[in-house]
Design a protein around this ligand. Sequence first.
Ligand code: IMP
Ligand code: MG
Length: 215
Amino acid sequence: MATSQEQLTVERPVSPERAGTAPAPTPPVGLEAWRDAPPVLYSADEVSRRVRALAYEIAAERSDRPLTLAVVLRGAFVFAADLIRALIEIGVRDLTVEFLSVASYRGMASEGARPDVHYVNGVFPGDGRDVLVVEDIIDRGHTLEAIERALSSHCERFRVCALLDRPHLREVPTGPHYIGFTLDTDDFVVGYGLDLDGRYRELPYLGRLPAPPRS
Ligand code: IMP
Ligand code: MG
């Protein structure tokens, strides 16, 4: 049986510098590294191009007030990181970043129609600022409606940017101002931060799983 030291040696990739003349490590991992990798809905390249285009749309419409990005945990964390870097790259400044969490889905089934909004810092410093909510996906709309109710009256301008929008399943009259991709199927989307029961968040692309049964 291998000792824990041997296991570490075998499992850790070796950097070329430290390896001396050792053969180069295997090339960057591809989809084969993910067992049961879901089929691609949008590739990492397509997502990256779309995120940069969204940054331009947001920058073109921003006011001269400071902007707070309100990132909805946890599904939007990868999208938000890329969006922030894209905004900075095109010269947007005077940004702050806050985090919210909203109790919503477990597995593929909704937990309830009135989710609670929690501010990670306890309070949300939105007063007098423009707020841009950064969300992974707007589905039935209850999560966004709850965020809107909690935040919109506290800020100067309230906008929402969602990586994905599925308007045909909407149950309440709400929606994002900036949309990465509009979906017209019920497929469950994972990857690029979105999960199914904690799985697939680390996938570098957006994948799709069969649609959940809808109640
Ligand atoms: P809504 O309240 O029905 O709009 O639900 C929105 C929330 O449900 C999103 O913020 C996600 O966390 C989750 N959700 C809805 N559809 C999907 C999906 O296809 N993949 C991953 N999460 C989803
Ligand atoms: Mg979400």
